[in-house]
Design a binder for this molecule. Structure first.
Ligand SMILES: Nc1ncnc2c1ncn2[C@@H]1O[C@H](COP(=O)(O)OP(=O)(O)O)[C@@H](O)[C@H]1O
Ligand SMILES: [Mg+2]
Length: 314
């Protein structure tokens, strides 16, 4: 059993990104892109990869297909230092999920085939492995329909085993934001939505009201505000970190990198305010390169950026 700080439960897939497409996409015509990248995608995998790059010992539990894209994603995680010994292959014919991003100049189409992430279930989780870690994190609550009804059970067992927990739901593609999540949140120590998600989950039109409601369920709530930075709340304490002006190359994975920064500091014993400041730097750093993990694959740039930002803060 590897010594783990964090066990991440969630989906693994690749992102296929086509850059510089024309504004109008015509059916039945050959449309030429200016650039293409194949990179590690999916919220859970990007979080695991970047958390490991920050120096936290991280393992992942997931399900992939028996196909080359699954291998590419797992290899990328392994190269990043993530323990992938608990990643299982589907016994069925299901492919690994994939996200195809069609990037035009000012907007993007994001097309996802869920693949194995839709069939990943509680029974696929090696609980002995999961609960050997200090902390459990789950991403993409709404993209894992087979696991979703058992997330509460998983988090309850993690708490009973002495782990701390965190959750980033990400978007609900169906836009339903059903109440089942509200039963899980009291088992979540650190809840990490973005602004849109916080409003939808709390069913509020004002962010302050949403955070008030969510803070009554989870001890720490940190809400990501894109270029405007992020806020955090713990009980009656509130903090805000303004966005860092970095000249964004690609916002993909910024939220997952923020989460990684927050949990990295939390496990080092920092208070919520310090976690927020570090997370805000991690989110901004992610946007300086293409895809969700490219920035974190450059340890020299990472060290420089974090030192520069955190020293400037003092
Ligand atoms: N344009 C940006 N400039 C600076 N920082 C950013 C920018 N976009 C995102 N970030 C950082 O990354 C964090 C997460 O980004 P956000 O887009 O809000 O999350 P998500 O990807 O979950 O929607 C933000 O809270 C902020 O710290
Ligand atoms: Mg997000």
């Amino acid at each position: 059993m590897p010594a783990l700080d964090v066990c991440v439960v969630g989906e693994i897939n690749c992102d296929l990104i086509l850059y510089g497409l024309p504004k109008a996409l015509e059916p039945e015509r050959e449309t030429i892109a200016e650039g293409f990248r194949l990179t590690l995608g999916s919220s859970s995998a990007i979080f695991a990869h970047n958390l490991c790059a920050l120096g936290t010992r991280t393992g992942m539990i997931s399900k992939i297909g028996n196909d080359p894209l699954g291998q590419v994603a797992v290899t990328r995680l392994r190269e990043g230092g993530v323990d992938v010994s608990a990643v299982r292959k589907s016994a069925k014919d299901t492919s690994t999920g994939v996200t195809i991003i069609l990037a035009q100049t000012a907007q993007r189409y994001i097309l996802t085939y869920p693949g194995t992430m839709a069939e990943f279930r509680y029974e696929d989780i090696d609980r002995e492995y999961a609960f050997s870690a200090r902390h459990l994190h789950l991403s993409s609550f709404y993209l894992q329909p087979a696991l979703r009804p058992q997330v509460g059970r998983l988090f309850r067992e993690a708490k009973e085993s002495g782990l701390t927990t965190s959750l980033d739901t990400n978007d609900d593609p169906e836009g339903r934001w059903a109440n089942d999540l509200l039963e899980v949140l009291p088992l979540v120590d650190i809840f990490l939505p973005n602004e849109r998600e916080a409003l939808a989950i709390a069913q509020c039109s004002e962010l302050a009201d949403a955070v008030q409601r969510l803070a009554g369920l989870s001890p720490i709530v940190a809400v990501k505000l894109g270029a405007r930075g992020a806020i955090a709340r713990e009980g009656e304490n509130k903090w805000h970190c303004p966005g860092i002006d970095v000249g964004v190359v690609d916002p993909v994975g910024a939220g997952d990198s923020f989460d990684a920064g927050f949990i990295h500091k939390f496990l080092a014993g920092a208070g919520a305010e310090e976690c927020l400041r570090f997370a805000n730097v991690a989110g901004a750093f992610s946007t300086t390169r293409h895809g969700g993990t490219e920035a974190f694959r450059d340890p020299v740039a990472m060290k420089e950026f974090f030192h520069g930002q955190l020293d400037a803060d003092r």
